[in-house]
Design a binder for this molecule. Structure first.
Ligand SMILES: Cc1cc2nc3c(=O)[nH]c(=O)nc-3n(C[C@H](O)[C@H](O)[C@H](O)COP(=O)(O)O)c2cc1C
Length: 316
C-alpha cells in the first residue's frame, strides 16, 4: 500500500461516489474481480462482496471439470503462469451454491462461461439464461474441439458462429472475453460485436512457460500456461486502446495487471468502462476492494472522466 492510501480503511462502510455503466448495467464502482481469481467461500471472510462493482466468477462448464495435472502454476518475472485448466464443479453446482450465495450477499454477478465445444457453451448459457446472474461473460480462450482444438477467440469466423448460436438464447447482457494471443485483437472484437456481444472484456492470459534448469524440463505439467499479473498491464492497455478506436460505442472491461487505483485509471483513460482485478487477488485477497477505493478517490479529481463513466460513456 502506498503512503497516500494509508487513510483508506477497507473495513469501514463507504459511500461510493463514482459508478459506471457496462452494457446498460450500473456498477457502483468501476472495479470487478477477474474470473478464476475470486472464490466466495474464501473472500467472504475478508470483505463485503457487495462493495465491488461486480464479481466475476470462475468459468463454469456443463459438467464438473477436474482441470490439469500438477504442477499447475509457476512464477514469472512480475507475473505468474497458470494452467489450472478451468477446474470447476459445473454449472448445476454453480446454480445452487455460488450464485445464490453471491446474490444473497448483494453482489453484482458476472457468470463466466467455459466450454471445450460450441455445444458446451450453449449448454451452460441455456442454464444461466434465466438465472440470477446479472451478466454473462463468455471465455472464448478455451481450447475448442468444434474448432480443431484452437480457441474460438483466435478465429473471427468461428467466434461469429458461436455468437450466432448463443445470442438468441438469453436476454442477459453478453460480454465476450478476448484472448491476447492473436495478431490483432480488434478483428475478433469486431466479429463478437457484429454477432451480438453487448460488451467485451480483455485480456485473458498470454501464452507462456517456464523451464526448470535443474531438470531441463517445463515446470508446469501441462507445459504451457497463461501469463498474468503486473507484467501484462501494457498488453492489456494496448488491447483496450486499439479496440476503443475501432469500436467507439462498445462497452469494454479492461483486464490485465491491475493492482492499484492508478493502474485501473490507466485502463479508463485507454477507453475502458470498467476493470477487473485478477492475479493481484491471489496474494492479496482484498486487492479488488482496495483498487476500487483508491480509484474512487482518484476520480474525485477527474470530474470529466467520472461523469462520462456514470453516463455509460468513456474517456476516448
Ligand atoms: C489462477 C487463474 C485462473 C483463471 N481462470 C480463469 C477462468 O476460469 N476464466 C477466465 O475467463 N479467465 C481466467 N483467468 C484469467 C483472468 O481472469 C485474467 O483475465 C488474467 O489473469 C489477466 O488479469 P490479471 O493480470 O489481473 O490476472 C484466470 C487467471 C488466473 C491467474
Amino acid at each position: 500500500m502506498t503512503e497516500r492510501n494509508d487513510h483508506i480503511n477497507l473495513y469501514e462502510a463507504h459511500e461510493w461516489k463514482h459508478p459506471t455503466k457496462v452494457a446498460g448495467v450500473t456498477w457502483k464502482n468501476p472495479v470487478g474481480t477477474a474470473s478464476g481469481t475470486f472464490q466466495y467461500a474464501a473472500v467472504r471472510w475478508f470483505y463485503d462482496v457487495s462493495q465491488l462493482g461486480a464479481v466475476c466468477t470462475k468459468g463454469c462448464s456443463p459438467v464438473p471439470w477436474e482441470g490439469n495435472p500438477s504442477p499447475r502454476t509457476a512464477e514469472g518475472p512480475a507475473s505468474n503462469i497458470n494452467a489450472v485448466g478451468l477446474q470447476n464443479p459445473g454449472v448445476d453446482h454453480y446454480l445452487v451454491d455460488d450464485l445464490p450465495k453471491l446474490k444473497e450477499a448483494g453482489a453484482m454477478v458476472i457468470a463466466n462461461v467455459a466450454g471445450h465445444s460450441d455445444d458446451d457453451y450453449a449448454a451452460v448459457v441455456e442454464k444461466l439464461a434465466d438465472s440470477a446472474a446479472d451478466m454473462l461473460e463468455i471465455n472464448v480462450s478455451c481450447p475448442n474441439v468444434t474448432h480443431g482444438g484452437m480457441s474460438v477467440g483466435t478465429d473471427p469466423v468461428a467466434l461469429a458462429k458461436l455468437m450466432d448460436r448463443l445470442r438468441p438464447m438469453t436476454d442477459k447482457p453478453i460480454i465476450v472475453k478476448l484472448t491476447p494471443n492473436v495478431t490483432d485483437i480488434t478483428v475478433p472484437a469486431r466479429a463478437a460485436v457484429e454477432h451480438g456481444a453487448d460488451a467485451l472484456s480483455m485480456i485473458n492470459t498470454l501464452l507462456g512457460m517456464r523451464i526448470d534448469i535443474r531438470t531441463g524440463e517445463p515446470i508446469i505439467a501441462h507445459v504451457t500456461g497463461g501469463v498474468s499479473g503486473p507484467a501484462v498491464l501494457p498488453v492489456g492497455l494496448v488491447a483496450v486502446y486499439r479496440t476503443r478506436t475501432v469500436l467507439p460505442d462498445t462497452p469494454i472491461i479492461g483486464i490485465g495487471g491491475v493492482d492499484s487505483g492508478e493502474k485501473a485509471l490507466e485502463y479508463l483513460y485507454a477507453g475502458a468502462n470498467a476493470v477487473e482485478v485478477g492475479a493481484a487477488a491471489l496474494f492479496d485477497p482484498v486487492a479488488p476492494l482496495r483498487v476500487a477505493r483508491e480509484l474512487d478517490d482518484l476520480l474525485d479529481d477527474r470530474p470529466e472522466l467520472a461523469a462520462k463513466l456514470a453516463a455509460g460513456e468513456t474517456w476516448r
